[in-house]
Write a protein that binds this ligand. Sequence first.
Ligand code: UDP
Length: 257
Amino acid sequence: MTIEREKIHIWDIPIDRVDRTQAMAIFDELIAKPGVSMIVTPNSEIIMNASKDEDLADLIREAELVIPDGIGLVYASKFLGKPLHERVTGIDFADAALARLAKEGRSAYFLGSKPDAGNGVSVAKLAGEKKMAEHPGLVVSGARDGYFKPEDEAAIVADINASGAELLLVALGSPKQEKFIRKHRDELVNVKAAIGVGGSLDVWAGTLKRAPEFYQKHGLEWLYRLIQEPSRYKRMAAIPLFMLKVVVTKGRKKNGN
Ligand code: UDP
C-alpha cells in the first residue's frame, strides 16, 4: 500500500510534509520497490538555489522523497499556512536509514568527502567503519572519496554496482551530489535509494563537529556553523533572504521567477 502524501509548495517546488516517523515509513516503502529512489533533503539555501536553477528544481520534483531539512522551511511553511510538523535533518534521517538496513544485514556505499581524514584513510571509509561499529549488522560494502574527475565516474558507478550496496550516500555538497545521483540513477543495479548527505560523512568520521544539542533543539545550527566558519556568512544570508522572498511572493512563482 502506498502511503498518502501531503506536500507543501514553495515556488512550485514540492516538499513532503513529513515528520521523522513518516519519513522512515516512506523510506521502508521505497527500499521495498524496484528501481532507484532519489531522496533529497533541501534547506532554505537549496530551495533558493532551485528557484534560480531549473535543473535543480526539476530534480527535486522528480525525487521520490523530499525531506524538509531546515528551520527556514519550517518558518516558511507556517507563514504559508500549512505548517511542517518539524525539521527532519538529513544527517539524522540518513543515520536512521542505516540503522534500518542494519536490522536486515543490508549494505550501503559511502561516496564523497576528503581522501584523507588525517590518518591516511578517507573520510568515507572512516565514517563507514564508525557506522558499522555503531549499527551491528550494517555492511558498508564500499567507500571512496569525492574528489574525482568526470572521466572517473563510470568506474565509480561500476564499483558501487560491484559492492552490491542497496543504499547510496553521496557527500559532494549540494547540488553536485543530487546531480550526480540523477545522472547515474539508471546505471545503478542494486541501489534502492540514494541520498545526498552534505557534510554528514565528515561528522560521522569525526572531522567536522556537529552543533551541540542546544543549537539543534532551538533551530540554531546555522548560528553554530557561523561561529565555527565565519567565512560562510554569505551562504548563511540565504536564510533571511529566503524568508524575505517567501513573504514577498507568498511562496508562489511570480513572473516566471
Ligand atoms: N566534497 C566532495 N567533492 C567536491 C566538493 C565537496 O567530496 O568536489 C565534499 C566535502 O569534502 C564535504 C562535503 O562534500 O565533505 C560537503 O561539502 P560542503 O560542506 O561544501 O557542502 P554543503 O554545506 O553544501 O552540504
